[in-house]
Design a protein around this ligand. Structure first.
Ligand SMILES: Nc1ncnc2c1ncn2[C@@H]1O[C@H](COP(=O)(O)OP(=O)(O)OP(=O)(O)O)[C@@H](O)[C@H]1O
Ligand SMILES: [Mg+2]
Length: 454
């Protein structure tokens, strides 16, 4: 072997001719140069330090000057170089736990380290304690990697996650507000109908009361006459004449029949008012905003009562109620879903038609389907109807929020909502709800965290 052409080493081995015969020595130089080359060019800074007190650096790989801007000799000369260049905010966590190096023999820290231009780089520092055969600490050998890029990425991700969290929060609030305004809008829309439903019986009950008042006046007149006659205040013939003329005027036979009828009719009218007030209470489930065991049929019936004015002139309602258990739900929200489906169904029917409500239990789920004989949904609209603000109704008559909110409410219950429709053949919406949503919701959130859902 005539020469050693290794990196950064003279191409000719600088040893005397006699020594050139010693192949080991040359190989040693070659290896040494190779190691220096490798160490000096690793992406990480390799260093060693004393295993105590100030952890004075005893070796620093040459790439320190490239990464940090310091010459290794500069770093070795200052006994406190390492400690003095760590960011003040990061020193506490290192100092408080560095003693553990002597228990665990290895520690990893991430901290900011000051470079020669005064800026800070994030370093990932792995410190390994080297012991002699007796177990006495000899030195620390470490590896510092510049992870500033990763940290910046983490920061960006964290900022983005925070922004997303805020956005989700805002969306939730917006949705809650939308729900509230949709609820108000539907109550507003229905208020006129409900007012009419209440006004009608109140109208005839008050007319009946008027007539009954006249009848009472007549009867009081009769009683007075009767008292006069009994007291003998008038001669018998005259008394008889007055009584006859009163009976003719009063038409007592008709009066007694009519009184009974008017009372029955008024009672029925008041019952209708009572029902609608009860339905309003049931519909909104005043004072109940929590998950409760609920009878869906009661919810459907109260919703039908409230929507009656929208329905009664053109829709015959067919109820095919199955045997349903109580289900755990947010009743007032589900009533809103029923309301929207029923009003949509009624609005899809132009002259006269039928709306059929079927309920059934299927294992641990229940289903409610609402079918109409209306104009149906065009195929190109079928997959758009659940979009917020999608509406085919004239401006000012539909906000296009009904189905999107219904979808959200059904999903919140761990359920499903499906539609089948064809133009001219009517539409069926089917809602499936778990009897106990907790099990379904827990399962789906577990699936989301393990990524199964995707
Ligand atoms: N039963 C139905 N028959 C025919 N089309 C329907 C039916 N239900 C919904 N649609 C269609 O879906 C669209 C969206 O319905 P959605 O309930 O979300 O809003 P909307 O009824 O238009 O307005 P809003 O409910 O906010 O008053 C409707 O505009 C209509 O085109
Ligand atoms: Mg609607």
């Amino acid at each position: 072997m005539g020469h050693c052409d290794v990196f950064e080493v003279s191409p000719v081995c600088p040893l005397p001719a006699a020594r050139q015969e010693a192949p080991d020595f040359c190989a040693l130089i070659k290896a040494n140069a190779r190691y220096r080359h490798i160490i000096g060019n690793t992406p990480a800074i390799i260093y060693s330090s004393v295993p105590s007190g100030d952890f004075r650096l005893t070796f620093v790989s040459e790439n320190a000057s490239r990464v940090l801007g310091y010459e290794p000799s500069e770093m070795l000369d200052d006994p406190n170089f390492w400690f003095n260049h760590i960011h003040p905010d990061d020193t506490a966590q290192i100092f408080s736990s560095l003693a553990m190096l002597f228990v665990e023999d290895q520690r990893i820290y991430e901290y900011r380290f000051r470079t020669s231009d005064g800026s800070y780089l994030w370093m990932h520092d792995t410190l390994r304690l080297i012991r002699d055969p007796d177990g006495t600490p000899q030195e620390v050998i470490g590896l510092m990697t510049d992870i500033t890029g990763r940290k910046e990425m983490e920061d960006t991700l964290q900022r983005q996650a925070e922004e997303q969290r805020k956005l989700i929060e805002q969306l939730k609030m917006a949705q809650a507000q939308l729900m509230q305004s949709e609820k108000l809008a539907s109550i507003g829309q229905l208020a006129a109908g409900v007012a009419h439903e209440i006004n009608n019986p109140i109208g005839f009950v008050s007319a009946n009361l008027n007539t009954l008042g006249n009848y009472v006046a007549t009867l009081l007149e009769g009683i007075q006459l009767h008292q006069c006659l009994q007291g003998g205040a008038l001669p018998a013939a005259m008394a008889q004449e007055q009584l006859r003329s009163f009976e003719q005027r009063a038409d007592l036979v008709f009066l007694s029949e009519d009184v009974t009828e008017l009372l029955a009719e008024s009672n029925e009218g008041l019952q209708r008012v009572r029902n609608i007030v009860q339905s309003l209470k049931d519909f909104s489930r005043i004072g109940e905003s929590n998950w409760q065991m609920t009878d869906l049929h009661r919810g459907l019936d109260s919703t039908l009562n409230i929507a009656n004015n929208e329905l009664k002139y053109k829709v015959s309602i067919v109820k095919q109620y199955g045997d349903l258990p109580l289900i755990k739900c947010l009743a007032s929200e589900l009533n809103q879903v029923f309301m929207n489906l029923l009003v949509n169904a009624a609005q899809a029917i132009s002259e006269r038609g039928t709306v059929t409500i079927c309920t059934a239990r299927e294992g641990d789920k229940v289903s409610v389907s609402i079918s109409d004989t209306g104009h149906g949904i065009a195929p190109e609209n079928l997959n758009r109807i659940f979009e917020p603000f999608f509406t085919t109704k004239p401006v000012g008559s539909g906000t296009g929020l009904g189905l999107s909110l219904s979808y959200g409410i059904v999903k919140k219950h761990g359920g499903d909502i499906r539609v089948s429709s064809a133009p001219g053949c009517g539409t069926t919406f089917t809602i499936e709800l778990p009897i106990d949503p907790a099990s379904v919701l827990a399962q789906s959130s577990a699936m989301e965290t393990t990524g199964e859902a995707s």
